[in-house]
Design a protein around this ligand. Structure first.
Ligand code: PXG
Length: 460
């Protein structure tokens, strides 16, 4: 393989230097240093190549973000043109710029009509940091300053910064200093694991009613908002039962609690709809966005606000003492604009809804529907989750499901496919430009990895 000159170094050189300088995310750094990380050097379409020349089908869109795949020259050209024109300016000093304006015009043309404003950030974590301050400020402005508490869900994920990790429900993150006051949590709607004898519909309602109980316990006059991912991503790609979201919507309206959807993973076509809340049929007051906004080519996120919130902030709020150096960064905005145009004009989101999405779902059911290792298949659009199970009849999970799923992920890498493991679930979320042939390859290689895992688990 032809590598650019700066890559003409041995893999071990990179690994040693990496170990000398980096703390990677969510990994035992000492163990990683001993093993040596994979060095990824090139991407094109759905494929990645490492420094040894090995090719991988990226079944995770990087980290759920490369909607258009790798190597899109229209995005790199948009970045280069904007860099030449105006590489940086900000939205302070009573100033704005064309790139961010054009992006927002397109963004709001894609969103349902009751959203009007956005505060741009650099990431999803930042979007959720901004969320807390914006929601609290909103309640101050409309005369209810005591409404400060945010309710999230156990096992939800909203980012790694302090407030974002507190909103999330990963207890091991809270234990590592990731908690703040005025945040509460309710259970996740994970029927397969926690549904017991209840039907999914009963369980979905039961989980939603926990929100009502929590609001009453804390006092509705103190609760600012409820934040949730329409489906849980990092927590295992868990889809709530159909009864869940309508009940959550009712409760939020009844108690005047803002419904805050974290669309960082679900947004920008992943489910076949532009936004995941549209797939599940509810109407949030705020949307946290990032990842697919730029197809991951540059960091950019944002907090989208409903007209109700934006009007209060604009008309009655005076100065909002909040602002980021890179909010609406022109180069990120130009890339996001080119990305959204491509998703719309090339009919990619529609293709996920009408063609490749149903195709992937059908394939998963054909291949894994009767697999001895798989107890549940969830997904829609270009999302798929396989739940490992020891006993299908009782939904008994393996005691070592985490290790088995991790092993399956490793087998995937060996087979040349990147899939993700969480507890006992294998997850895939390929780029939205995936063809049927690429989806065939993704599912074929995943099946080999799952079969190899099933052999270790004594299921094949
Ligand atoms: N909200 C959600 C729903 C996310 O999934 C964030 C917020 C934070 O975004 P930033 O841009 O600050 O990372 C995320 C991030 C994984 C994985 O392995 C998922 C995320 C990040 C890293 C790894 O599933 N999601």
């Amino acid at each position: 393989m032809n590598l650019p000159a700066q890559l003409q170094r041995r893999t071990e050189d990179y690994q040693q230097s990496d170990a000398a300088h980096h703390i990677h995310g969510f990994v035992d750094q000492k163990a990683l240093n001993a093993e040596g990380p994979r060095v990824m050097v090139r991407g094109e379409g759905l494929y990645l190549w490492d420094s040894e020349g090995k090719r991988y089908l990226d079944g995770m869109s990087g980290l759920w973000c490369t909607q258009l795949g790798y190597g899109r020259r229209d995005l790199t050209a948009a970045a280069a043109a904007q860099m030449d024109q105006l590489a940086y300016y900000n939205m302070f000093f009573h100033t704005t710029h064309p790139a961010v304006i054009e992006l927002s015009e397109l963004l709001f043309s894609l969103l349902p009509g009751h959203y009007s404003h956005v505060i741009y950030t650099n990431s999803g974590s930042e979007a959720n940091e901004v969320l807390i301050r914006t929601v609290r400020r909103y309640w101050q402005v409309v005369g209810q300053p005591q409404k400060k508490i945010m309710i999230g869900r156990w096992n939800g994920y909203h980012g790694s910064t302090l407030a974002a990790s507190a909103l999330g429900g990963m207890k091991f993150m809270h234990e590592m200093g990731g908690m703040i006051p005025d945040v509460a949590h309710i259970d996740e709607p994970y029927w397969f694991a926690h549904g017991g004898e209840l039907t999914p519909a009963e369980f979905g309602r039961r989980c939603a009613l926990q929100l009502e109980e929590k609001i009453l316990e804390l006092g509705a006059e103190n609760v600012a908002g409820f934040i949730a991912e329409p489906f849980q991503g990092a927590g295992g790609m868990i889809f709530p039962p159909e009864s869940y979201w309508p009940e959550i919507q009712r409760i939020c309206r009844q108690y005047d609690v803002l419904l805050c959807a974290d669309e960082v993973i679900g947004g920008f076509g992943r489910t076949g709809e532009w936004f995941a809340h549209q797939h599940f049929g509810f109407e949030p007051d705020t949307l946290s966005i990032a990842k697919g906004l730029t197809s991951g080519y540059l960091p950019m996120g944002g907090l989208v606000l409903s007209k109700r919130i934006a009007e209060a902030l604009v008309e009655q709020g005076g100065v909002f003492a909040h602002g980021l150096t890179y909010s609406g960064h022109p180069v990120a905005a130009a890339v996001a604009l080119a990305n959204l145009k491509a998703l719309r004009d090339e009919g990619i989101v529609r293709q996920v809804k009408d063609d490749t999405g149903p195709y992937l779902q059908q394939l998963l059911h054909e291949v894994f529907g009767n697999h001895p290792m798989v107890g549940e298949i969830q997904g829609t659009g270009l999302l798929g989750a396989l739940q490992f199970v020891e006993d299908k009849a009782t939904r008994k999970r393996f005691a070592n499901e985490n290790d088995l799923a991790w092993q399956c992920r490793t087998f995937g890498f060996e087979e040349g496919v990147i899939i993700r493991s969480t507890l006992g679930r294998m997850i895939m979320a390929p780029a939205l430009v995936a063809t049927r042939a690429e989806l065939d390859e993704l599912v074929d290689k995943t099946r080999i990895a799952v079969d190899r895992t099933a052999r270790i688990a004594g299921k094949l």
